[in-house]
Design a protein around this ligand. Structure first.
Ligand SMILES: [Zn+2]
Length: 213
């Protein structure tokens, strides 16, 4: 089964990717990971991508698609994959479709796990960290004393990534990039929508049920 996973940060996409990969026995391909692997391994495509990144430029779509393509040639992708973080743009989606077509393959479904911005902001902006490594959430797992770590008595802090303004900015970028993609796959009739505010197990079950159909 060849799947693409879409979803804003904080909607549980990463968790679903890991669980679905195990149940469906297909690899979870995070494009961030394959980029890093190619760059670290010094492959020709990795070096090419790095030259753009070092120059402060966006990696061109055809290079990105080639890097994904090189990963799909590995044996574990014979029965499919769960693509996470790719495609991000319509040109990438079109190039990807063409590449799969040449391999006699196609995307079976696009799993869109969505949640209201307000829910995501509450989830993410409630996180509190301690320097000892413990994490808390002001609503779901608060410390016994507000602002103080249960384990070491340290003062809790908010990561820059968890600040409301940062989250709002990431969500804005996400919606801008993704809404054309959602339209693209909707027209192909392969998009499946799920509610990322439900418990993880419930969403997993709903995804598996829709995929059977
Ligand atoms: Zn601590």
């Amino acid at each position: 089964m060849r799947l693409i996973l879409l979803g804003p940060p904080g909607a549980g996409k990463g968790t679903q990717a890991v669980v679905l990969s195990e149940i469906l026995m297909i690899p979870h391909i995070s494009t961030g990971d394959i980029f890093r692997a190619n760059i670290k391994g010094g492959t020709p495509l990795g070096l090419l991508a790095k030259s753009y990144i070092d120059a402060g430029k966006l990696v061109p779509d055809d290079v990105t698609v080639d890097i994904v393509g090189s990963r799909l040639k590995e044996d574990d992708c014979d029965n499919g994959f769960i693509m996470d973080g790719f495609p991000r743009t319509i040109p990438q989606a079109e190039l990807f479709d063409r590449m799969l077509e040449e391999r006699g393959e196609k995307i079976d479904a696009v799993i869109n796990i969505d949640a209201d911005d307000s829910v995501i902001i509450r989830r993410l902006s409630g996180r509190r960290m301690c320097h000892c490594g413990r994490t808390y959430h002001v609503e779901n797992s608060p410390p016994k004393v507000e602002g103080i770590c249960d384990a070491c008595g340290g003062k809790l802090f908010i990561r820059d990534d968890d600040r409301e303004e940062t989250i709002r900015e990431r969500l804005r970028t996400y919606h801008e990039q993704t809404s054309p993609l959602i339209d693209y796959y909707r027209k192909k009739g392969i998009i499946l929508n799920f509610d990322g505010t439900k418990p993880i197990e419930v969403t997993t079950r709903e995804i598996l049920e829709s995929l059977k159909k």
